[in-house]
Design a protein around this ligand. Structure first.
Ligand code: HEC
Length: 249
């Protein structure tokens, strides 16, 4: 009996899960990431930003530098512009940072970013990287409207500048009032205009999405070959079976 209700509970929880996910998604508005794998120049700019600003903390251990020839870079270009002195183009994007130490510094270890746009979605990452704001109550001095109490500092603030929140008061269904962030405002400009910064993040997210999916077109080819093989194999197997059973009937 007890087992039964546990199973029922589990089933209910599983059925409600998508609803819960929808509810939490509804809270934050996500901007659309302009992803375009045909735009090699954007992918190359994104790769450079990724290597310069993200690889110091995050790894992308499923990504080999040499695969960037797929986005139009030559091996010497990869070596000169994207590799640290010790790395070879055939190496993956690993880092020297110790996970345990990182956890002490930031409260959370920076996760591997190889497939982050697949787990979070490109729109989420695009919005996240443009949603940091000053918050002196946080250890790093930064918070994020998409990821509350985030452990990551705003590593691109020199480019974007400093955003501060503009609040509004909201009344919930119980009649209680809350101060919520209405939007972010630029308090101190960075090296770029906000539009230029959006462009830089667009390139970065384009690259990160490509990095998570670089084998997609290859995979599609393999899929077609497998289907063709199965089709031919089916015909062969069918006649073989007919041949074998001929004498039995
Ligand atoms: C100074 C170290 C540091 C740098 C540099 C850094 N990050 Fe982070 N990042 C973190 C930490 C720490 C977290 C974990 C935050 C948490 O869980 O609270 C994180 C989390 C993230 C997440 C959310 C992962 C998830 O789903 O939980 C994304 C996406 C991300 N970083 C992208 C980037 C990108 C892109 C760059 C380069 C522009 C970058 N980070 C540079 C430290 C860093």
């Amino acid at each position: 009996m007890k087992k039964m209700s546990f199973a029922k509970g589990l089933l209910q929880a599983l059925l409600l899960l998508p609803l819960a996910a929808m509810a939490s998604e509804a809270e934050v508005h996500l901007d659309r990431a302009p992803v375009n794998f045909q735009d090699n120049e954007s992918l190359q700019r994104g790769a450079a930003v990724f290597v310069n600003y993200c690889l110091s903390c995050h790894s992308a251990s499923a990504m080999r530098y040499s695969r960037m020839t797929d986005i139009g870079l030559t091996e010497p270009q990869i070596k000169d512009n994207l590799l640290y002195a010790t790395d070879k183009p055939g190496n993956t994007m690993t880092i020297a940072m110790n996970k345990k130490e990182a956890k002490v510094w930031f409260g959370a270890a920076p996760p591997d970013l190889s497939v982050i746009t697949r787990s979070r979605g490109a729109d989420w990452v695009y919005t996240y990287l443009r949603s940091f704001y000053r918050d002196d109550s946080r250890p790093t001095g930064w918070n994020n409207t998409v990821f509350d109490k985030v452990g990551m500092p705003h590593v691109l603030h020199e480019l974007q500048g400093q955003m501060v929140p503009v609040y509004k008061t909201e009344t919930d269904h119980e009649g209680k009032t809350h101060r919520v962030i209405e939007r972010l405002e630029l308090a101190q400009p960075g090296k770029m205009t906000l539009a230029e910064y959006d462009g830089l993040v667009a390139d970065l997210v384009n690259y990160m999405t490509w990095m998570g999916e670089p084998a997609k077109s290859k995979r599609e080819h393999v899929g077609i070959a497998v289907l063709l093989f199965l089709g031919i194999f089916f015909v062969v197997a069918f006649y073989l079976k007919k041949e074998f059973w001929k004498d039995v009937h």
